[in-house]
Design a protein around this ligand. Sequence first.
Ligand code: BEZ
Length: 400
Amino acid sequence: MQEKSNYDRRGFLLGSTALAGATAAGTLLPAGPAAAQQGKIKVGFMLPYTGTFAQLGVAITNGFKLAVDERGGKLGGREIEYFTVDDESNPAKAPENVNKLVQRDKVDVVVGTVHSGVAMGMAKVVRESGTLWINPNAGAADVTGPLCAPNIFRTSFSNWQTTYALGKVLKSRGIKTAVFITWKYAAGEEAMGGFKEGFEAEGGKMLKELYLPFPQVEFQALLTEIASIKPDAVACFFAGGGAAKFLKDYQAAGLKGKIPLYGSGFLTDGVLDAVGDAAEGVETTLHYADGLDTKKDKAFRLAYAKTFKLQPDVYAVQGYDAGQLLAAGLDAVKGNVADKPGMIKAMEAAKIDSPRGPWTLSKSHNPVQDMYLRKVVGKENKSMGVAWKALADPARGCKA
Ligand code: BEZ
């Protein structure tokens, strides 16, 4: 990938302080044993630990640490030292926050974040510094689209991926019209775009797009509008605390049981304990589900529950896979983080044995993965099978 885009390649080469092996002509020479480094590898978490996405940040952190602990606390033979910044899901503070890790703490790799707007604020900084960045959630299209770069990886999804398969699902239910409701920011708009594309491809008609500012949860006026539009179905993107509130308000407004509710699986992941029966029967699409019944998933769930006294969710899986991806890179270079080209090559080629099922990376460094149809049954997002096999993001604008 780094061979093809002048802009990406130059930004990466010139900016990377760790690229001891880069020659003036731009050839990447792997750093030899003399340059091999000692001591701990510095991992910087930039995640939300407060606000509506706080639980998501904690689950990602837990998942990542579990992957490291399963490898005896070492990756590539070296111990890990963690640095942490609470990004508060605040895009305005993103450049300053990521610089705390990159400039102040001089981390070897940044792991973050959850919020798409924050991720876009991080992208410029890591592209310029050349710091390895593993994004364990934020689905912003730009990050693996126009801003794609050799040092930028994502272990989660693109926002488009999480709703595109819903079109086929709705068609199979005989649904012809829909309204989409979400927060007005990149993740909501892109999830809406993926839904619209998939739904219209199946002959469906979008009647209205409804937005409220992130992270507001005053849904009442929009729910009243939905009741008056009377679509065949409502689809949405909400996550974390906001998703729990939306599910409860949808029920309280008398819409549950009248107009079926669909969404990307963030609507119901990690919130079922908080919403009583408000989510019962809701169908969603996502790259993880309960009851996958694979050896890897069972082992992961057992280990996670034992270590953290919590049930894992999709965010924990994405954090765990971020740890697995970093392990693939560091093992390949025996912990020599100065050999960034070697790490990147190994990470690009990695086949991740994930609790969600095996996945690989696309050229733009985004997972190519199965999307499951899930249905809420009691306290589970029960897998109803694969809604779309090996779905790849279109990566529009990535010159990789
Ligand atoms: C996002 O902003 O990309 C996002 C946040 C929470 C869940 C999923 C996506």
